[in-house]
Design a protein around this ligand. Sequence first.
Ligand SMILES: [Zn+2]
Length: 430
Amino acid sequence: MGVGIVNSTEIAEFAVALQEIRDDVTNAELIDTISALEDMKSAACAAQAVISAQFESAVREERRQRGTPADRWSKGISAQIALARKESPHRGGHLLGQARILTEDMPHTLNLLRTGHLNEWRTSLIIKEIICLDRDDRRHIDEQLCADPETLRGLGDTAVRGKAYTLAVERDCAAIVERARKAPNQRCVTSRPAPDSMAYLTALLPMKDAVAVHATLSRDADTIICTEDVVERSKNQIMADLLLERCTGVSAASASPVEVVIVISDESLLAGGTAPAHVKGYGPIPAAIARDIIAHSVTSEAVTTLRKLYSTPVTGAITAMESTARAFPKSLARLIDLRDRWCRTPYCNAPIRHHDHITPHHAGGPTSAHNGAGLCEACNYTKETPGWSSRSDNPPGTLHSFELITPTGHRYRSTADRTPTPLHLNREAS
Ligand SMILES: [Zn+2]
């Protein structure tokens, strides 16, 4: 694949050359080099956008010539770009959409990215503000904002976004208002890990609702502070406790009535071991915190269930399990969920929604933990499109691993994480 006069091998050689940083240069030259490298990163992002759009056009054209129905011409293209860029499939879709807009409608913005006047992040901020406009309006704003590099010189993220937004409102206020009216459809609640066994619960709400929720929690926390004789909690802590109580129906001091799945080694659970435990949907937590959570749920009214998972002591691989059915039975599906934790497509962080046969059932693939992989909905859908396949190539008893093969013949390895294993066995294995 050529990029101007440079091909992928030459780019890789240049990247290797960057590992050797000279130490016989002045401080001014060091700063110049940092700056030149930054420009090069932007230029690389511009080249990736152009190449991604070119790849999409080429694949769509091949499919058109082959007589593929038009609604399937784009299937799986962004997923291949995501794997090549080591990004999640979701982000791959955004990047391809951005590449298309840049190459088709925004030549000046693309040029500023190529020359290092914009980086990929700021380019994405501009595109987000004008994506709801029609092609003529995008081209007009592209020219107004980016034809002259001086317009954006020295501007940070907020200023760049503000300029793009102002131009968008001036050009087509109705489209911006329409987008704002549709925005409440995006409302959602998500959670993501925070350091120290904490997690962020984020709600994206219409502004007036978010303000109302926050104001209600704040007002009620103030009431508690005023009426309680001894207040040991801060206002922030009381607000967080009230949120939990009102969502789960139980007080913060009781156990949550919803299942929390913790995978922990027997040594960490029973003998004070320090190997971290894994919480499904969250990630690793210290063994002591896991023991606290389990001990607390045992002493409260919560139902605590202990299930044994057998794993190979040295590799930490979960022991195989097999079924004669075509669909994965519940216990086998649960075993795959605990082993895989997230969608098994490399770089995908989405929760598991499907249990896929690595070697398809119709090709003789058994319904087993070894031949099964947890995938999210989008990745399962992509894998079903022509040209994609996967191949299991590791013997049972080792960490579960398979190769994902894309239509261009590129291979990406997906390896499951170790199950929580007593630390002394980890040390013996390494
Ligand atoms: Zn996925």
